[in-house]
Design a protein around this ligand. Sequence first.
Ligand SMILES: O=P(O)(O)OC[C@H]1O[C@H](OP(=O)(O)OP(=O)(O)O)[C@H](O)[C@@H]1O
Ligand SMILES: O=C(O)c1cc(=O)[nH]c(=O)[nH]1
Length: 171
Amino acid sequence: MNRTELARVIGQRTRLSGSFTLRSGVVSDSYFDKYRFESDPKLLSAVAEALAPLVPARTDYLAGLELGGVPVATMLSNVTGIPAVFVRKEAKTYGTCQLVEGADIEGKRLTIVEDVISSGGAVKDAVNALRERSAIVEHVVCVIDRETGGIEKLEELNLAVKALYRHSEID
Ligand SMILES: O=P(O)(O)OC[C@H]1O[C@H](OP(=O)(O)OP(=O)(O)O)[C@H](O)[C@@H]1O
Ligand SMILES: O=C(O)c1cc(=O)[nH]c(=O)[nH]1
């Protein structure tokens, strides 16, 4: 599947019209239900193959953000051979009480893996938490940039953000 075909399939599968309250609180008339591509192994694999060239060479771990970033990070890990960690929205309150699952991240170079970026708020929260834990976080890859200012906000945090598709490419 080439890049254009993949965009078309992702759009067909995931793009919903209606009234949707986004994570940021903004109400939008469109929504990408990312789980509709993440739950299809061939499609998820195609997305990961396309994302792989965007991953910086010096990445110790791919950091998949709960929940939608986790399947993408897992498949991307399979494609690239770079191990993954999984970043919870909140630390567990029992057992290991971890926010970050899978490895010790102190001093490690993490590339954030996200499904959709809108305001950039979810990535910002995760990056702050990871930096507090002494991880080195300078790069983000995502599948869809909704082109609503999130990438610019993240660049202010010294993050280089690469999106596989802009909203306008799969609309
Ligand atoms: O850039 P932002 O404005 O933060 O919005 C994008 C975030 O919103 C969604 O997460 P959500 O918490 O809805 O979902 P999930 O747990 O289903 O991944 C999406 O997966 C991004 O993480
Ligand atoms: O901003 C969001 O919350 C959001 C937008 C979108 O298109 N898809 C999604 O899962 N979340």
